[in-house]
Design a protein around this ligand. Structure first.
Ligand SMILES: NC(=O)c1ccc[n+]([C@@H]2O[C@H](COP(=O)([O-])OP(=O)(O)OC[C@H]3O[C@@H](n4cnc5c(N)ncnc54)[C@H](O)[C@@H]3O)[C@@H](O)[C@H]2O)c1
Length: 273
């Protein structure tokens, strides 16, 4: 444990902590002195977390779409650490940019239900399960957004709408839970992770970087580098920190390496006319 860390002794529950950004958050929060707990769907990733962190991390195998699994994860965190200081809603799936005109209507119907259940209902139920403990501890919630929470073309309509929905959830909860709980978001841009798509779109085995190259992402980012998941963790530490964040709530940090300064330059839109 780092005695100088910003999150000494803070208990944090992270959904989707088995890979990508969630795993980077587990590692960074540990380095800042926090006590992490994870709710993760993949049994293999849960086993790996237990092996890698040798009992320092509480691991609950479950699905964010389930209220019962969210409650189980909060209970496991409190049983082990005696409290919950921060909830990070992070587990999500992408839609690999499935466009309106190119996607069958039955796939859109089923894809919407599956993707929104994970990306939006999962955040809502996690917030509901965590809120009583966070009110007690005067803690905070942080939700992982995306550049797709702010602009088009970082996904298709399903993913973009789901991340925009998460911004509404953050604003509403920041209002409802004040003055006890700070509620904020962080919107990363592209990074190499295990991010996959919904079964309903046949994308469960396709990873985000299967269809994109680091160079293509770098080329659209004004800061001109392809970020690692760990490079997005700083804003989460800031928002979770009690001494360094006493005033931010309802805030969405746009951690997009400058993408919003010039926008994505596919100005012709999606139709190949
Ligand atoms: N990778 C990117 O380019 C990118 C860009 C912007 C935002 N994001 C966001 O970052 C967050 C983390 O994604 P990532 O890129 O690290 O992907 P990831 O797939 O590596 O991590 C997500 C984790 O969530 C788990 N998960 C998925 N569905 C679940 C469910 N129903 N219940 C419980 N766990 C579940 C997965 O098993 C995985 O371990 C997501 O909110 C994503 O939208 C990612």
């Amino acid at each position: 444990m780092n005695a100088g860390g910003w999150l000494q002794g803070e208990a944090v529950l992270i959904t989707g902590g088995g890979s990508g950004l969630g795993l980077a958050l587990v590692e960074r929060f540990l380095a800042e002195g926090a006590k992490p707990s994870v709710l993760e769907r993949s049994p293999e990733k849960c086993e790996e977390l237990l092996r890698k962190f040798a009992g320092d991390v509480v691991v609950t195998q479950g699905d964010v779409r389930s209220g019962a699994d969210n409650l189980k994860a909060v209970a496991a965190t409190v049983a082990r650490f005696g409290k919950l200081d921060c909830f990070i809603g992070n587990a999500a799936v992408w839609d690999h940019g499935a466009r309106l005109l190119d996607t069958d209507i039955d796939k859109l119907e089923k894809g919407f239900d599956e993707l929104f259940a994970i990306n939006v209902r999962g955040y809502l139920l996690g917030a509901k399960a965590a809120a009583p403990e966070l009110v007690k501890s005067c803690g905070s919630m942080i939700f992982t957004l995306s550049n797709s929470a702010f602009y088009p073309e970082g996904g298709g309509p399903l993913y973009t709408a789901s991340k925009h929905a998460a911004t509404g959830l953050i604003r509403e909860l920041a209002f409802e839970l004040a003055p006890k709980v700070r509620v904020n978001g962080v919107g990363p841009c592209g990074m190499k992770t295990d991010l996959r798509g919904p079964v309903a779109l046949g994308q469960q085995d396709t990873r985000i970087m299967d269809s994109r190259s680091p160079d293509a992402i770098k080329a659209i980012l004004p800061l001109q580098f392809f970020p690692e998941p760990a490079e997005f963790t700083g804003p989460f530490v800031l928002l979770a920190s009690r001494q360094n964040n006493q005033t931010l709530t309802g805030v969405m940090i746009n951690a997009d390496a400058g993408l919003g300064i010039r926008g994505i330059r596919n100005v012709a839109g999606g139709l190949n006319l």
